[in-house]
Design a protein around this ligand. Structure first.
Ligand SMILES: [Zn+2]
Length: 237
């Protein structure tokens, strides 16, 4: 009965805030039984805080259930990446709910200015991290799966900007270019490149995304940076 009640709550049919607080024996449905669209409710965050072990893998959302305004170009679902191997079965962008919501807001602001976000990589299951580590171990290019990357936490996104026709803005290097030209501190790029990077960095900073010094495309949502490493896998058709 409690389980049924909880599922009804998730479906938004009834409000369950009270029941959730009073009920400390909630059994959460497994990820296989949860549809992506069902996990975008504010109650989920509350549940996650109280039941972090049970809900950690269900607190992800497919960003396209929140917004269809992103351009998706998930490079690791293709061979067009520095590993030259396809490591995702299909191209989907999952993130922690709060990360995804903040990114939607940033994108809305950019759209008003005539741009939009193109996503190269989002949440990455730990098994994929291990696979990448196996292909390219012991370098700075792939985070050691023992520690896990911010992508394994659903807290990091790799992205760029496109104009309203879908053309990528010039950021000075391609995605996953590993060299000083990709660093934020590299100032020898054209004025246009520096302005494009500035626009991306300043807009994302407003929504609590932190950059890292050596990859202009990589941003981490501060509140989720130390979330649990996850191995939740999305389904492919
Ligand atoms: Zn990244």
């Amino acid at each position: 009965m409690r389980k049924a009640l909880f599922i009804l709550c998730i479906l938004g049919i009834i409000s369950c805030k009270k029941e959730v607080k009073e009920n400390d024996e909630i059994v959460l449905p497994s990820i296989e039984n949860i549809k992506d669209t069902l996990i975008v409710l504010p109650e989920v965050k509350e549940l996650r805080e109280n039941n972090s072990e049970t809900i950690k893998d269900t607190s992800f959302v497919n960003i396209q259930t929140l917004s269809t305004d992103f351009v998706l170009d998930l490079k690791y679902a293709t061979t067009d990446n520095f590993l030259h191997q396809k490591v995702y079965d299909c191209p989907e962008c999952f993130l922690r709910i709060s990360t995804a919501k903040a990114l939607v807001k940033a994108n809305q602001e950019l759209i008003k200015k005539g741009f939009r976000i193109k996503l190269y990589d989002c949440y990455r299951p730990l098994d994929v991290q291990k696979k990448m580590w196996k292909i390219l171990p012991g370098t700075n290019y792939v985070a050691n799966p023992k520690k896990g990357s911010k992508h394994n936490r659903g807290a990091a996104v790799d992205l760029t900007l496109v104009d309203l026709f879908g053309n990528e803005l010039d950021m000075g290097t391609k995605f996953d270019f590993f060299g000083p030209e990709a660093h934020h501190t590299y100032t020898k790029h054209s004025k246009e490149v520096l302005q494009n990077r500035k626009l991306l960095k300043e807009t994302l900073a407003k929504y609590n995304f932190k950059s890292i010094y050596n990859e202009w495309w990589h941003y981490e949502f501060r509140p989720e940076r130390y979330s649990t490493v996850s191995n939740f896998k999305w389904k492919c058709e």
